[in-house]
Design a binder for this molecule. Structure first.
Ligand code: GUN
Length: 295
């Protein structure tokens, strides 16, 4: 069996088209323009690419966008002062501080400073807590995108054995909570594995749906999965460069061998990645509607 490809780029394009219409309608009928600000501290090349893509997509959808590129040496007080200003700015509905922050900054304190109503990343403890108690408001973008991919690919989620590899606050923990919800598109039985899991393959082989966010190129091999599994590969690992200097990417899953056993699988790139930004745009549009009393 060769797996069905779960093409995140196509699902994302479909959702973006709907969002673009919604943004145009908000402007025409209510004179509301959603606004998103991205804040990048330092010059990490990968973060620059991500922030650039967020800015570009905002513009394509008609979302007002601002971008702050702060020097590496920015201190905690300066960053908190900027967030305070953005919290109070009525043009801004969503505030995104790109992670990771430089080591000298207190990430938790920064995320806590963002108004939960403008927390389109879903990282504020209030939004994390709401998800945990089954009343999600703003959900983190990568996990929300993964759920959409599973739904759009027609995967049976309810009652499925979902195994997640990775326990980060950005992917592993929130996707576990999302798929655990007593709600449509969820109701799964969830296992979270991590670097201290005793027998990884024992767990991954049980998975009906395997979600991998381990940050290790080609970590999941064909012998670690069962026939008919649905695989979501969140990994983006640079494994080399072409002669022209272009990045060669690999996921956390050994795509070529695993696709022979899987029922469906996301490619890297073009799988989960495009969904993350799309969910960010969706959260931003929603934040604007809530702020305008339209949702
Ligand atoms: N770094 C990696 N993923 C993300 C994300 O979804 N949001 C932010 N703000 N930073 C990230």
């Amino acid at each position: 069996m060769t797996a069905q490809l779960i093409k995140g780029a196509e699902v994302a394009a479909q959702i973006r088209e709907e969002l673009q219409k919604e943004v145009a309608e908000l402007k025409a009928k209510h004179n509301v323009v959603p606004g998103l600000v991205t804040v990048l501290v330092g010059a990490d090349p990968a973060s620059q690419v991500y922030v650039g893509a967020k800015e570009k997509t905002s513009k394509e959808l008609g979302i007002y966008s601002e971008r702050y590129d702060l020097p590496e040496k920015t201190n905690q007080a300066e960053l908190l002062e900027l967030i305070d200003k953005l919290n109070k700015d009525p043009k801004i509905n969503g505030i995104l501080v790109q992670l990771p922050l430089p080591k000298h900054l207190n990430e938790g304190e920064v995320l806590y400073a963002i108004d939960p109503k403008k927390d389109v990343d879903g990282f504020h403890p209030v939004n994390v807590g709401k998800l945990m108690i089954g009343k999600p408001d703003y959900m983190p973008c990568t996990p929300a995108g993964i759920q959409q991919l599973l739904i759009h690919s027609g995967t049976q989620i309810e009652g499925a054995e979902v195994v997640i590899v990775g326990r980060s606050n950005i992917v592993g923990k929130p996707i576990a909570n999302i798929l655990l919800q007593k709600a449509p598109g969820a109701n799964a039985t969830v296992t979270i594995c991590h670097t201290r899991t005793r027998d990884m393959a024992f767990h991954t082989r049980r998975a009906d749906i395997l979600i991998v966010a381990a940050g290790k190129p080609k970590y999941i091999t064909a012998d670690m999965v069962k026939e008919g599994v649905v695989v979501i590969d969140v990994g983006v690992n640079e494994i080399g460069r072409t002669a022209e200097g272009k990045r060669i990417l690999a996921g956390d899953v050994d795509f070529e061998t695993v696709k022979e056993k899987a029922k469906a699988i996301t490619p890297v790139p073009g799988g989960v990645g495009p969904m993350t930004i799309t969910m960010l745009m969706m959260n931003t549009v929603r934040a604007a509607k809530v702020a305008a009393g339209l949702a």
